[in-house]
Design a protein around this ligand. Sequence first.
Ligand code: G6P
Length: 610
Amino acid sequence: MCGIVCGIARHDIVPDLLEGLRRLEYRGYDSAGIAVRLDDGRLHRVRALGKVMELARRLAAEPVTSHAGIGHTRWATHGAPSEANAHPHISRGELAVVHNGIIENHAALREAQRAAGFEFTSQTDTEVIGHQIRRHLDAGLDLFDAVRAAAAELHGAFAIGVLSGAEPDRLLAARRGSPLVVGVAADAVYLASDAAALVPFTQDMVFLQDGDVAEVGIGLLRIVDAHGQPVQRPLRRSSLSAAATERGAYRHYMQKEIFEQPQAIADTLDGRLGESRVLEAAFGTEAAAIFDRVRELRIVACGTSYHAGCVARYWFEALAGVPCQVEIASEFRYRDSVVPADALLVAISQSGETADTLEALREARRRGYAHTLAICNVPESSLTREADLKLMTHAGPEIGVASTKAFTTQLVSLMLLVLALGRRHRLDAATEASLVDELRRLPAAVQAVLALDDTIAALAPDFADKHHALFLGRGVHYPVALEGALKLKEISYIHAEAYAAGELKHGPLALVDADMPVVAVAPSDPLLEKLKSNMEEVRARGGRLLVFADAGAGFDDTDIALVEVPTDTIDHLVPVLFTVPLQLLAYHVALIRGTDVDQPRNLAKSVTVE
Ligand code: G6P
């Protein structure tokens, strides 16, 4: 993780670095810093513990201007969040480096560099990069070759930006396993971890590929690939607009993103539904031929995206009749598992850069999975480039660290896959047609659920003083409960766990008392009566229930808090609707607790380290 933004411009680069860093804060916000080249060739560094706002304050107090600089916002891995560990790191006063990723052989490099007389001022793995480049410069290489030589000696994952006091016109970059994009403008050039950092300055982007080393300047872009061959990477026009990443009238990005869900779902469906069928060309030109051969599914993902996969498992087996397993990507990649014949490996990721998910995809290819599909929200992300097939969720930029609209658009995308595969297996045309109809109506159904906002805000105070909460669901609503608990713990810091309700009596019931609210996801489906029995077990132990149910569920609200969720859709899509009130609950509880909703402590949006 961490965010990098670097630039050379005919104008002062410092405001651009700050604006870019602000837009990258979702990648980490433990500290921020910049290093710029002064006119006399000296490097000047300003760093601050905490968010980019702190760095901006410091720069306002000690202003500096420059035409070339590199910046960084950090999510701490090696070394605590502190000013000393904040990037950029400078080697011998003349070479500044910003880094995203993890250098796995940093200890060995550090030892060799110490022996060679280099000094260290931080506990980071990053400092060795600058020193290693310096060693190659001392041995007579020019800056480009020195960066290439150093990059070749680094183990692990990295994207780096390098600024040299001796080189006024260029910045160096290298990437392996972490994203890096070059932004090209008439009077400036930029490097960043994400195109979203650069859209205020340019729409023209060149995405570096794994193994690339590049030097950039105004009118200069030289790239050498992993094999040392000069390469040209295509210039692409980003469709991101600067406004798409603005918060507008909303109090938080998360709130905005919750309320954007009807539109995000509509955008995800746009152009993918025929009259009564899913248009499978949406998955890529190869899709039809691949889908014909698929007999099984394996889904890998992390966090919220994993929960989307867990919901979809119920759909794949019940609706499509296709066997499906879902696994946390960090487990899958290291587990010796059997590769089923004719299996489609589906990797789900909002960012498309989550290290474990990306590596799980690569590992699956190495093990011989016949086909791979990425479901992803970021075009040009590593995941989408590496999978055979891709289906983009068109949720638009998601800034809040706690994922919301990415989740519901993932669910919708997975349903499209269920339909495309299902028609080759158990799904009949009439069921597909009715699901297609219901998908079209889904944005309006989600809109109706959002009207519960005030009701849920009124319930939140009962939660806000609690330390623990339990979420219960059954069947396809068990992963919805998992996602609800994750939302609550991420942004309110209340310890929340979800259980398949049938498991309640096998342990968690021991925790239930008046201080442990129990949230039940209770739509009227065939499992409702079973769930009601589980809820009685809670009630009998003095537990306090908050029940999300629909009109048909038949609860009376004498001694439970009841929220009636409008479920104007087919049963299979009800999980999408029940997700929304749980997001709102977490949001309102966090508001009362005064936490940092969009950037909760210790977390980051895009986890590009293992
Ligand atoms: C982080 C984020 C989560 C997200 C997970 C997976 O933990 O904070 O919101 O669900 O990564 O991210 P991905 O981009 O792969 O969906």
